[in-house]
Design a protein around this ligand. Structure first.
Ligand code: HEC
Length: 160
């Protein structure tokens, strides 16, 4: 009898629990459906690799001007954030990971060393290598129409 009662309590608790999970969540209940559907909606909103690239494109420009300014702390900051953006993008789209190996394992660490050296010539070389690796990945991933070239105009309000 006692065992049955305990079982009933658990069944009851489970029923309440699943009931809660399918209740709409978020402001004005924009996340609908069961738990899995809600995760799907969040994943869709987080986007795939394109948003990682929009961020990378911006940070790539900032990195360039930081080097020009010899603002080495800002350059190191941007190089680190490029790494985070691409790694997070690859977590969402793991099929693209193989194409990014040279970029992540060679070009970015080289950039890190150049920034640490605080040498503008070394930075310029590392930036050329980095750019070549952006392009190489675009070719491998069949988006070679996204042609990356050294920035010419400055848009950011961050100046030294
Ligand atoms: C995985 C290898 C990979 C690397 C490394 C890479 N890209 Fe990309 N990039 C892509 C792919 C794939 C797309 C297209 C994304 C899509 O279609 O969802 C893209 C798209 C872009 C876009 C267009 C984004 C948009 O939607 O407006 C820009 C800008 C860009 N990349 C810049 C860069 C720069 C700058 C670098 C180097 C600092 C770089 N990428 C490195 C794979 C890569």
């Amino acid at each position: 009898m006692k065992a049955i009662l305990i079982l009933l309590i658990f069944v009851g608790l489970y029923a309440c629990d699943t009931g809660d999970k399918s209740k709409p969540s978020g402001a004005e209940g924009w996340l609908k459906g069961d738990e899995n559907q809600k995760f799907e909606t969040i994943a869709k909103q987080l986007r795939g690799f394109d948003m990682a690239m929009v961020e990378t494109g911006y940070r790539y420009q900032e990195l360039y001007w930081a080097g020009k300014d010899e603002n080495w702390e800002y350059a190191a900051y941007q190089a680190e954030k490029i790494k985070v953006a691409i790694e997070n993008g690859l977590e969402r789209r793991p099929k693209r990971a193989a194409s990014a190996q040279n970029f992540l394992n060679i070009a970015l660490p080289e950039m890190g060393k150049a920034i640490a050296s605080r040498d503008t010539i070394q930075f310029k070389q590392a930036f050329t290598t980095l750019t070549a690796n952006c392009i190489a990945c675009h070719v491998l991933e069949k988006v070679s129409f996204v042609t990356v070239k050294t920035p010419v105009e400055r848009q950011s309000p961050v100046r030294k």
